[in-house]
Design a protein around this ligand. Sequence first.
Ligand SMILES: N[C@@H]1[C@@H](O)[C@H](O)[C@@H](COP(=O)(O)O)O[C@@H]1O
Length: 248
Amino acid sequence: MGVKVIVVKDYAELSKKAALFVVEEITKKPDLVLGLATGNTPLGMYQELVRLFQKGKVDFSKVVTFNLDEYVGLSPEDKNSYHYYMFENFFKHINIPPENIHIPNGIADDIEEECRSYDEEILKYERIDLQILGIGINGHIGFNEPGDELITSTHVTELSEETRKANSKFFENPDEVPRFAITMGLGTIMKARKILLLASGREKAKIIAEFLGEESVSTKVPASFLLIHPDVTCIIDEEAAQLIKGQG
Ligand SMILES: N[C@@H]1[C@@H](O)[C@H](O)[C@@H](COP(=O)(O)O)O[C@@H]1O
């Protein structure tokens, strides 16, 4: 038990280390069930994984992926959807078979059914082997926002204003940020065999220090649940690590 924290110099090093971590897991288990995140933080890791693939260092032909979340109402062709992000930044550059890719469908006619079947699909593989996570400035993981309760399974969630504001950097107009998203629940995330959380930059310093310093888990800081997971590694750059006690 206990979160393993690796502090690296900068974003470039974080991206390289994270990619090597993933490659190592795929080497050990070529049919790895890999949970994936979006946002700015993992972009460098995806670039690095593509580079390693092009150099023949990793084979994705048996890997199965499940993305954490998707905005409700955005089609896969929408440039702001996580589908679009994943294909543009990663999937179209590697040899993963399309049928091995899973991302919640934000425009499903029956969203509740979409959530149910997403969990069923994950269960077919029993659980996720390695889950990649970023962290929101309010401590959210996936789109599991702070609140009075956290939901275990895949569900529709209303995004907080804080999260919509933080994510508006990707949108031309901040009003376009969807109000709802489908997200994997905390239960599915916590069931993952291994978790790799990435954080970069000074805007993450406060939440990183806060969640690592928690003495109890709290639904007000969803990331605090990671403290009771048996195998979590955080790769954090110096800027994001600067407020951790004993750092700098
Ligand atoms: N749903 C995603 C999260 O999975 C991600 O971790 C977070 C942080 O994003 P960034 O890496 O851009 O800071 O943003 C979004 O809300």
